[in-house]
Design a protein around this ligand. Structure first.
Ligand code: AHR
Length: 504
């Protein structure tokens, strides 16, 4: 038995709903087939070209924000190619991802329509690497300006009189790599210039501008970009930077020799999860640098690419990055979302890569069929944290692992909802050991307790052949028991993620 102590009087930061964001890139079958099947498709049920099954599934997990169009694709995307009549849109080669023809049939209007259907915020990542200040500035004008201007007239001509209001604007992507191979000083100066011309036209909808941050542990990049930006002056006097991105993928093996998504031994299981835990150190260390320049934590750390990255499924296009998803990925998701919650004073948004059919996806499709992955169900279990207040908590723990790889067995985070209930998410990452947890809420008497759990053998997965054996179930009375003095005991099987709600 382990104890979880929750101090319901210790109210910490807001867990912004955007910590559960997602990412859609023009990569493999993410946009085309996964999300968008074309307005004239009669085989796959759709509304204005967007798959009904996928939209419905994403709404069910309250997917809060979607990033688009990349990724590396963003810095070779020219938005004007993706507007106007589809038959006249330019075709291009998607050089990063499989060398396939991109016909630009999914562009700004389609992305905004998708976000509208999903009821989510939009995060548009614009092009610095091969774009221009004018191109980015005009995109912002096209999307957001209501008055008389060349770009608002063009938007109206293309069938959309009203402006859209994207919440987030990424000024370049991975500009240390695929986005132009820049040095940090150079990028920071470019950011100052680009950001200047991306106007907030309507003060009711301030654009949240995100600078390209570091790759993994490149602390030099973070330090140099922030020093060059001088964010306090920059933010206070000009309102030009709001967020700094961080990209980190969990890769067992190494980038050049990626391992299988489904065929792994215990050593690789624990290697993967130890690497997932590295997110915590990265946030602490980049956060410490940010604290030097922005002690009031006005600038958000935006983890806009994270998740597992394995070798592609055998027989699939290596440029499409299609991988399966198992209970190991559910562990990564649970551990990582708990880390984000605990650092919600600094982490303002996170976007798992990528939503459908690429890397650690929440949904896989095959023609008209769709399956929800174990990762999908973890987001489902975390959704009640959205916009809650992080509570102080402490869990007794032990170290588990195999060979040289070791992790804490349990992970947790707790929040207070607006209506005064307590939400707890727990992960038991052990491959074999169940654990009982005594939940001890300080100064809180629950009127009622409920919970759901996702569990399975570490390789368990959902497939088109065998359906969805991995799914959430209610925690019954045998697993969730009232204890002494308002405490509650929960039994967590090996390899499980649970959500427990203590109703006010
Ligand atoms: O997610 C795949 C790629 O990984 C993205 O396009 C890029 O930003 C990152 O390197």
């Amino acid at each position: 038995m382990k104890r979880l102590i929750i101090n319901t009087l210790e109210h910490k930061s807001i867990i912004h709903k955007e910590l559960q964001g997602n990412f859609s890139e023009h990569l493999g079958r993410c946009i085309y087939e996964g999300l968008y099947v074309g307005e004239n498709n009669t085989e796959i049920p759709n509304v204005n070209g967007m798959r009904k099954d996928v939209v419905e599934a994403l709404k069910a997990i309250k997917m809060p924000v979607l990033r688009w169009p990349g990724g590396c694709f963003a810095d070779e995307y020219h938005w004007q190619d993706g507007i106007g009549p589809k038959e006249t849109r330019k075709k291009m080669i998607n050089t990063h991802w499989g060398g396939v023809v991109e016909d630009n049939s999914f562009g700004t209007h389609e992305f905004m329509e998708l976000c509208d259907q999903l009821g989510c915020e939009s995060y548009v990542n614009a092009n610095v690497g091969s774009g221009s200040v004018r191109e980015m500035s005009e995109w912002v004008e096209y999307m957001t300006f209501e008055g008389v201007s060349p770009m608002s007239a063009l938007r109206e001509k293309n069938g959309h009189k009203d402006a859209w209001h994207p919440t987030f604007l990424g000024v370049g992507n991975e500009n240390w790599g695929c986005g132009g191979n820049m040095r940090p000083e150079h990028y920071a100066n470019e950011f100052r210039r680009y950001s200047t011309y991306c106007r907030t036209y309507d003060p009711k909808y301030p654009l949240y501008k995100i600078a390209c941050g570091p790759n993994v542990d490149d602390y030099h990049w973070t330090e140099t970009v922030l020093r060059t930006l001088d964010p306090v002056t920059f933010l206070n006097e000009h309102g030009l930077i709001n967020g700094l991105s961080l990209h980190y993928y969990t890769i067992p093996g190494d980038f050049e020799h990626k391992k299988s998504a489904t065929d792994f031994d215990l050593t690789t299981y624990y290697e993967t999860l130890q690497k997932a835990y590295y997110m915590d150190e990265l946030i602490r260390r980049h956060g410490a640098i940010m604290d030097q320049f922005d002690p009031e934590k006005k600038i958000g750390l935006i983890v806009d690419e994270w998740g597992s990255w394995y070798g592609v499924e055998p027989g699939t296009n290596p440029g499409f990055l299609y991988q399966q998803n198992t209970m190991r990925d559910a562990m990564i998701a649970g551990i990582t979302l708990n880390i984000f919650n605990k650092h919600s004073d600094r982490v303002r948004m996170a976007n798992i890569a990528q939503m459908i059919n690429v890397l650690q996806s929440v949904i896989l499709t095959d023609g008209a069929e769709m399956v929800k992955t174990p990762t999908y169900h973890v987001f489902d279990l975390f959704k009640e944290h959205q916009d809650g207040t992080l509570l102080g908590s402490y869990i007794e723990n032990e170290t588990i692992g195999a060979d040289d790889w070791h992790i804490p067995m349990l992970s947790e985070s707790c929040s207070l909802t607006k209506d005064g209930s307590v939400v707890i998410t727990l992960v038991n990452a052990s491959d074999s050991k169940a654990e009982e947890i005594e939940i001890m809420p300080v100064e809180f008497k629950a009127s009622d307790v409920s919970g759901r759990i996702l569990t399975g053998e570490i390789h368990a997965m959902n497939t088109f052949e065998n359906g969805e054996p991995v799914h959430c179930v209610e925690l019954g009375h045998d697993a969730l028991k009232p204890g002494v003095g308002g405490n509650i005991t929960v039994s967590l099987p090996a390899c499980s993620v649970a959500e427990i709600i203590l109703n006010k």
